[in-house]
Design a protein around this ligand. Structure first.
Ligand SMILES: Nc1nc2c(ncn2[C@@H]2O[C@H](COP(=O)(O)OP(=O)(O)OP(=O)(O)O)[C@@H](O)[C@H]2O)c(=O)[nH]1
Length: 785
C-alpha cells in the first residue's frame, strides 16, 4: 500500500486532532498475524502462571511484558509479579524499570545483556579465535612492514638489480657519445662546424627551418634525428643496421673529416611527405630518394593544395560576414562616434539569427476596436470526466450534428475504427487525432475544436480522463470559461467514476476557478432512459459538487446519449426519454456566460503550442489570459526574458490585426531565436512583465494530507518541481481568517497558507491558480498570494 493510500484510509477526523496536540506520538505498530497468535497464547500462559493474582494485572501490562521479553513466559511472570503484584513505591513502565536498574548498578556488558539467551553459551561451544597466517614477502599486500624475504626472492632481486644497472650504464654511454658529437671545439673552422653532426632538432624546429630554406636542413632534418628523443626507436634502427654506431668516448672523439658526410638515416617517404618544403620551388634534398608514387602529379599532398568544398563555403560565409560588419561600421561611422566596447556589441548584433526588419505596428487602440466589433461572444469549455465516460464520443457527436464534421468523415473514421476492431470509437476520433490516442482509445493531449452557434463561438477543450494525464487536464481547465462534466450512467460505472476522476476533475475545476458546470449524464441508452437512474445520479453529483464549492444555481444536468445523439443538438426522439423536457446540451452551452475578460490588465498569454509555420520559423499559440496585443508589438517571453515581435496574428485561421483576452490566438513571431521559447512559457507585456520567482506563498485547499514535502507545481501548461517549505497557517474556509498558526500537517479538506520553493525560477504572479501534485496524486490547489 502506498503512503498516500495509507493516509487516505486513515480516519483523520477522529484521530488527527489528537495527533496535533500530542508531541510524543509514535506511529502504532500493527502486530503480524503470527505475533498476534503468539501474544494471545502468551497472555493465556502468563495468566495461568499468575493464578488468582492475575486479576491484579491488565492484559496490556501482560502484553507489554511479553513484548519486552520476547514472549519469555517466565521472565514476564517474574517481572509482573514483582512489579504489580508486590508493587514498588512508584508505578513505572517496563522500559523505565529496566532503565532504572541499569542506572543503579555499574554497567557491565555481561550483566546488561545477562537475560539475553544468546549470551548464555556453554564454554565448550564458544568460538576460539585463531590468528590468520601471515604470508611472507608481502605478496598478499597490505603489510606496513615488509615481510622477511626467502632466499630465492633475494637472489631474483639481486639479479634484477644487476641487469638494471648494466642497462643504465649502456644508456649513459650512448648519450655521452651523442653529446660528444654535438660539441664544437673552439677555434674550429666554420667548414668543420658545418660538417659536424648537427644539433638534434624537435619536429617543429625542423619544419620551421625547412620552411625558411635553411641550407643545412637537408642534412640535419633527417627522420632519425627528428625522432632522436625516442631512445628506443633509435635502438631499433641501430639494431636493424641502418646506422651503425661506433662507440667513441666523448673526450677522445676526433672531429669528423670535412669530406665525410654526416651519418644520417635515409629519410623515409613519410618523413619526406611530412617535412617537404612548403615552397615548392625549393630545391629538393640531394639526400632524398623519391619513391615512384611521390612523383605522381595527383599525389595526396597535392589534393590539399586547392581549397576543399568546405573551405570554399566557409570563405564565402566569412566574406559575406565581413562585408556585413564593414557595412554596419560604415553606417555607424556616418552617424555617431563609436564608444569603446560598442564595437563588440555591434559585432554581436550583426551575428543575430533573425535579421528581419522589425514588423510595423498600425498603432491601433485595440480595446476601442474590440468594442466597435459586434463580434459573437466567444467561450471555451473543458470536457472532463472519468476515463471512458464518453467525452470524446459526445463531442464528436456534437460536431457531427452541428455539421462541423460531415457524415463522410465519420464514415471514414468508422471504417478505420472497424478495421482495428474498435468501431464504437469512430465519433471519438473526431477529437482524438493522434495515432497513439486512437490505438489506445484514450485522449492524451487537450484536443481543441471550434464550432459556432448563432450567438457564440465555442472552443472545446477535450481533456483526457485517464489519471496519468491529469496535468493536461489542469492545462485544459486553466483555459476554460466553464465545463461539461460527463458522467457514465451505466450501472457501476457512475459509482466507479465518482471515486475516480469525476471527483478529482471536479475539485480541479473549482480550484482552477471554473464555476459554471453542465453535467451530461451520458450513456442513458444503456439503462433504458431510466428517469430514476438520472435522478439518483443528479442527486449524488449535486451533493458532491456542493461540497466541492460549486453553487447549485451554476450547475445543470442533461440526460444524453453521445453515441446516439439524444439531447445533444437535437431533442431525444426515444419515447423512453420523453420524461425530460429541459434544455439540450447546446442550449445549456449557449446560456452559459463566459468569464469576465481581463481586457485592461497587462498582456499575459500562456504558450500552448510552439511550431514552425509557413509564415514564420517560430509560431506560437495560446489563450490570452489578460490584456491585448496587435501586429508589430514587442513582447517579452518569460522565463527566458527574450524580446520578440509580433509579425502577424491569426484568429480561427484568419489573419487579424489584434486580439484580446479570452481569445485563442496564433502569433507569428520574429526577431527571436526559437531556443528561447517553450510550451508553458508566458508571453507578456515588455513594460509590465510577469516576474520569475522561485518562492511563493499560496492559499490552498488541501485534497490530501499536507506536510513539508516535495510537490510538482502546475500552472496551466507549466509544471516544475518544488517543495512545501513552510506551513504558515490553517485558515477559516469561509472568512479566510487564521485558525491555527504553523500547523505541522494540513488535513484534507482544510484551507491553508503554505510557502512553496521551486527548484528554478518560473514565471508566476499573485492571483494565478496553481495545482500541487505529489506521487501522481493531486494534493492541493489554490491561489498565489
Ligand atoms: N452505449 C453507449 N456507449 C457510449 C456512449 N458514449 C460513448 N460510448 C462508448 O464508450 C466508450 C468510451 O468512449 P470515449 O468517447 O472514448 O470515452 P472518453 O471519455 O473520451 O475516454 P478517454 O478519452 O479515454 O477519457 C466507447 O466505446 C464509446 O463508443 C453512449 O452514449 N452510449
Amino acid at each position: 500500500m502506498s503512503r498516500h493510500q495509507a493516509y487516505r484510509n486513515y480516519d483523520y477526523e477522529n484521530d488527527l486532532d489528537e495527533y496535533e496536540g500530542n508531541d510524543g506520538f509514535e506511529e502504532e505498530e500493527e502486530l503480524s498475524p503470527e505475533d498476534r497468535a503468539q501474544m494471545d497464547a502468551g497472555i493465556a500462559q502468563v495468566r495461568a502462571a499468575l493464578g488468582t493474582e492475575s486479576s491484579k494485572v491488565t492484559t496490556q501490562q501482560i502484553q507489554e511484558a511479553l513484548w519486552h521479553y520476547y514472549y519469555d513466559i517466565d521472565k514476564s511472570v517474574t517481572y509482573l509479579a514483582t512489579k504489580f503484584i508486590v508493587p514498588s513505591s512508584k508505578k513505572k513502565g517496563v522500559g523505565e524499570d529496566l532503565a532504572d536498574e541499569a542506572d543503579a548498578q555499574p554497567i557491565s556488558f555481561a550483566s546488561f545483556f545477562g537475560d539475553m539467551p544468546w549470551l548464555n553459551i556453554p564454554k565448550y561451544r564458544q568460538t576460539i579465535f585463531v590468528e590468520p597466517p601471515r604470508h611472507r614477502g608481502g605478496l598478499l599486500g597490505g603489510a606496513s612492514t615488509p615481510g622477511k624475504m626467502s632466499k630465492l626472492q633475494a637472489l631474483a632481486a639481486a639479479r634484477k638489480k644487476k641487469a638494471d644497472n648494466q642497462k643504465s650504464e649502456e644508456k649513459l654511454h650512448r648519450v655521452t657519445q651523442h653529446l660528444s658529437n654535438l660539441s664544437t671545439a673552439p677555434g674550429q673552422p666554420e667548414s668543420v662546424k658545418e660538417n659536424v653532426r648537427p644539433p638534434l632538432l624537435s619536429t617543429g624546429e625542423a619544419v620551421d627551418l625547412i620552411a625558411a630554406g635553411d641550407p643545412i636542413i637537408p642534412q640535419r632534418a633527417t627522420f632519425a634525428q627528428v625522432n632522436v628523443g625516442n631512445e628506443d626507436l633509435q635502438d631499433q634502427s641501430d639494431a636493424a643496421g641502418k646506422r651503425p654506431v661506433e662507440p667513441q668516448p666523448a673526450a677522445a672523439s676526433p672531429p669528423l673529416p670535412i669530406a665525410t658526410p654526416p651519418e644520417t638515416a635515409t629519410p623515409s617517404p613519410f618523413a619526406q611527405a611530412l617535412l617537404r618544403p612548403t615552397n615548392s620551388s625549393a630545391a629538393p634534398s640531394p639526400r632524398t630518394y623519391p619513391f615512384p608514387y611521390m612523383n605522381v602529379a595527383s599525389s595526396s599532398t597535392d589534393a590539399f593544395s586547392a581549397p576543399s568544398p568546405d573551405d570554399v563555403v566557409l570563405k564565402a560565409q566569412s566574406q559575406a560576414s565581413s562585408k556585413k560588419v564593414a557595412a554596419h561600421a560604415t553606417k555607424k561611422k556616418a552617424g555617431t562616434e563609436t564608444k569603446p566596447g560598442e564595437a563588440a556589441v555591434d559585432g554581436m548584433n550583426v551575428l543575430r539569427i533573425d535579421d528581419a526588419p522589425l514588423p510595423k505596428s498600425k498603432n491601433l487602440d485595440v480595446l476601442k476596436e474590440f468594442e466597435k466589433t459586434k463580434s459573437k461572444k466567444s467561450a471555451s469549455f473543458v470536457v472532463v470526466g472519468h476515463v471512458d465516460a464518453g467525452k470524446s464520443t459526445l463531442m464528436g457527436r456534437l460536431l457531427l450534428d452541428l455539421h462541423v464534421v460531415d457524415q463522410r468523415t465519420i464514415q471514414k473514421y468508422r471504417k478505420e475504427a472497424e478495421s482495428i476492431g474498435k468501431s464504437s470509437f469512430a465519433l471519438a476520433w473526431v477529437l482524438d487525432q493522434r495515432s497513439e490516442e486512437r490505438s489506445r482509445g484514450v485522449t492524451i493531449d487537450i484536443a481543441t475544436n471550434k464550432f459556432e452557434t448563432d450567438a457564440t463561438s465555442f472552443t472545446i477543450l477535450d481533456a483526457p480522463g485517464h489519471r496519468d494525464f491529469i496535468p493536461n487536464m489542469i492545462a485544459g481547465a486553466s483555459q476554460a470559461d466553464f465545463a461539461i462534466l460527463v458522467v457514465d450512467a451505466t450501472t457501476g460505472a457512475f459509482e466507479a467514476g465518482l471515486k475516480g476522476q469525476t471527483r478529482e476533475h471536479s475539485l480541479l475545476l473549482r480550484s482552477m476557478g471554473v464555476s459554471r458546470i453542465i453535467v451530461a449524464i451520458n450513456k442513458l441508452d444503456t439503462v433504458g432512459w431510466s428517469q430514476a437512474r438520472f435522478d439518483e445520479i443528479s442527486q449524488q453529483v449535486s451533493g458532491f459538487l456542493l461540497a466541492t464549492g460549486f453553487q447549485l444555481k451554476n450547475v445543470s444536468f442533461v440526460p444524453v446519449s453521445g453515441l446516439l445523439g439524444d439531447n445533444i443538438v437535437k431533442r431525444s426522439t426515444d419515447a423512453a426519454a420523453g420524461w425530460y423536457e429541459g434544455k439540450t446540451l447546446v442550449e445549456e452551452l449557449e446560456s452559459s456566460e463566459p468569464m469576465a475578460r481581463a481586457l485592461h490588465k497587462p498582456l499575459r498569454l500562456t504558450i500552448s503550442e510552439v511550431y514552425r509555420s509557413t509564415q514564420s520559423p517560430l509560431t506560437v499559440s495560446g489563450r490570452i489570459d489578460a490584456g491585448s496585443l496587435q501586429a508589430g508589438d514587442a513582447l517579452l517571453v518569460q522565463p527566458s526574458g527574450e524580446k520578440a515581435y509580433v509579425k502577424s496574428l491569426e484568429l480561427d485561421q484568419e489573419p487579424v490585426d489584434w486580439a484580446v483576452a479570452g481569445q485563442n490566438v496564433v502569433i507569428h513571431l520574429s526577431n527571436i531565436d526559437p531556443i528561447h521559447v517553450r510550451v508553458g512559457d508566458i508571453i507578456c507585456d515588455t513594460k509590465q512583465p510577469i516576474p520569475c520567482i522561485d518562492t511563493f506563498t499560496v492559499k490552498i485547499l488541501a485534497f490530501d494530507i499536507l506536510m513539508p514535502m516535495q510537490v510538482d507545481v502546475h500552472r496551466g501548461r507549466l509544471h516544475a518541481a518544488g517543495q512545501i517549505v513552510e506551513m504558515s497557517a490553517v485558515l477559516d474556509k469561509v472568512k479566510g481568517t487564521v485558525m491555527k498558526k504553523k500547523p505541522r500537517i494540513v488535513k484534507p479538506g482544510s484551507v491553508a497558507r503554505v510557502v512553496v520553493k521551486m527548484g528554478t525560477k518560473v514565471p508566476l504572479e499573485a492571483g494565478q491558480r496553481v495545482v500541487l501534485r505529489s506521487g501522481g496524486e493531486t494534493v492541493a490547489a489554490g491561489l498565489l498570494e
